[in-house]
Design a binder for this molecule. Sequence first.
Ligand code: IMP
Ligand code: MG
Length: 193
Amino acid sequence: MLTGRNNRGEFAGVEGENMEQKDHIKVLFSEAEVDARIRDLGAQISADYAGKELHLICILKGGAFFACELAKRITIPVSIDFMCVSSYGNEKSSSGIVKIVKDLDDPLEGKDVLIAEDIIDSGRTLSYLIPVLHKRNPKSIEICTLLNKPERRETDVFVKYTGFSIPDEFVVGYGLDYAQKYRNLPYIGTMEE
Ligand code: IMP
Ligand code: MG
């Protein structure tokens, strides 16, 4: 049985512990902090792309919560498409062998494309994906990530917009999962084993 949220908004039981899973989740960025940062990103993106239309690509599943909130904060015309990628690996890291599980519905030809991702860790997922998308001839392609772990980078990825840079800690919530759980947390938390 899940125990709900305590008074600090943690999805947890007594003293931040999830009784069933024994996962201890500590708030890193509260719901209000995440909302405020996404609002800033939306304003910055709207200014940078003023007079243009933006084609937002949401990387499922993790990027879904962020992409929807970001789209709501962008004031220029936005179209949105979804791509589901899976990378083989264990529950906490990706292998870099990326599979497109669901491709985009629409062509990218001539569009200003912005990829909305939950987190960039090793960078392998996007290092694979960016060249694939470039072959479809967009006018431009940039990355906007909610979270970035620069210390973990193994490949070179140019990230234009970052919500928060974080140290090498495993985080959940706001779309990010551990073994498919905790995506629905309205805040970002670190998971301690
Ligand atoms: P990369 O290819 O190593 O950059 O991995 C990116 C993907 O790994 C993300 O889209 C997440 O699905 C997953 N990932 C990396 N770090 C975390 C984390 O701290 N929490 C949850 N998922 C993570
Ligand atoms: Mg992801």
